[in-house]
Write a protein of this length. Structure first.
Length: 128
């Protein structure tokens, strides 16, 4: 699965049917979500308790999967509208550590004034 499709799936997990073009990190605030990207271990991401898009390397190919559940021994990965259960060992061998995570904005974050351009984009996106 490519990254735009994975982001679309991640937004869908939060209840939003954003197109692949709109399912971008920079658009998260439009729907009261915060987007975080970086590199972290499985344990760190699992402890956050949110689904995330993970970069997966198989052979010479980079793919993306949404980690919907991280259990003690296995993970549920969403790829191409299918759920795959993989062991933590398999995941750790194939995941690059690069991730994109969405979570709800907190009240404290919401009280900060967004730049005027953000407000204009937000009102246009919601009304369409």
């Amino acid at each position: 699965m490519n990254q735009p499709d994975a982001m679309h799936q991640l937004y869908a997990m939060w209840g939003y049917d954003a197109s692949a073009d709109d399912a971008l990190c920079q658009n998260a605030a439009k729907v009261n979500l915060m987007c975080k990207q970086g590199n972290a271990s499985l344990d760190t991401l699992a402890n956050d308790g949110y689904p995330w898009v993970s970069e997966i390397k198989t052979g010479d190919h980079i793919n993306y999967a949404v980690v919907a559940r991280a259990g003690k021994n296995s993970l549920d990965l969403l790829m191409n509208n299918r759920t795959w259960q993989v062991s933590r060992t398999w995941y750790n061998q194939h995941a690059t550590g690069n991730y994109t995570l969405l979570h709800r904005l907190t009240r404290q974050v919401k009280t900060k004034s967004p730049p005027p351009a953000t407000v204009k984009i937000l009102s246009g996106w919601i009304s369409s």
